[in-house]
Ligand binder design. Structure first.
Ligand code: BG6
Ligand code: MG
Length: 219
């Protein structure tokens, strides 16, 4: 039996639905390169860094580009993505998120963000979620992307708790693996047949409660 003291949340696909904005910007960029990039391909970009996303798109198109051009393309994609982020409001918070965060606060749980995104802070500000977080670890603070546990281990450290006292909430396979590699409990958000390594899987956070979290202590 372990005692859980903290919750670490992925951002994109768990707290807010930004996947469509990422897709739109990458698809437009892929088009300029003459690469056919589908919604199905986009699944592979979940939880993965910006540069790794571009590498995957180039792999799909069987293309290679010099590193400086790849950096410029990442910049270009992000500029376009940020136009959509600038329009974001709290209406884009996913179902059950605010209620669950409030319940966690009321019960004294510590809360951190563990995201691959370098835009995480801005998105939390736009959606008014920032005040819930005791620590933010994002793409600006890590060198190793998920499934490396670095982002979550740094989150635990920033909160002053042990990894085994943490639960991670993740929608990406690589993110679930990162949680498990860090010896943390993991709640998958999405499909059970995809997030097979998660301790439990929910469709969204409306299915979560502090009581359900306590059940994870017994597992
Ligand atoms: C992750 C998303 O949260 O952040 C990925 O799931 C994205 O799709 C990654 O590529 C990096 O995001 P950003 O905002 O730094 O380009
Ligand atoms: Mg995600």
């Amino acid at each position: 039996m372990r005692i859980l003291k903290a919750c670490l949340f992925d951002l994109d696909g768990v707290l807010v639905d930004t996947a469509g904005y990422h897709f739109k910007a990458w698809r437009r960029l892929a088009q300029t390169l003459g690469i056919d990039f589908t919604e199905h391909d986009n699944e592979r970009l979940k939880g993965v860094s910006r540069m790794r996303s571009l590498e995957i798109i180039l792999e799909i198109g069987e293309r290679t580009l010099p590193p400086e051009q790849m950096l410029a393309l990442c910049e270009q994609k992000n500029t376009e993505y940020l136009l959509d982020v600038a329009q974001m409001t709290p209406a884009e918070i996913l179902p059950g998120v605010v209620e669950f965060l409030k319940a966690l606060k009321a019960e004294g749980f510590k809360i951190a963000l563990g995201s691959a995104s370098k835009n995480a802070q801005l998105i939390l500000e736009r959606t008014a979620l920032l005040p819930f977080f005791d620590a933010i670890i994002d793409g600006r603070h890590v060198t190793n992307g998920k499934p490396d546990p670095e982002v979550f281990l740094k989150g635990a450290e920033a909160l002053g708790v042990l990894p085994e006292e943490c639960v991670v909430f993740e929608d990406a396979v690589a993110g679930v693996e990162a949680a498990k590699n860090g010896n943390m409990r993991c709640v998958g958000v999405g499909q059970p047949e995809v997030l097979t390594l998660a301790d439990i899987v929910v469709q969204d956070l409306t299915e979560m409660s502090v009581a359900r979290l306590r059940e994870l202590e017994q597992m």
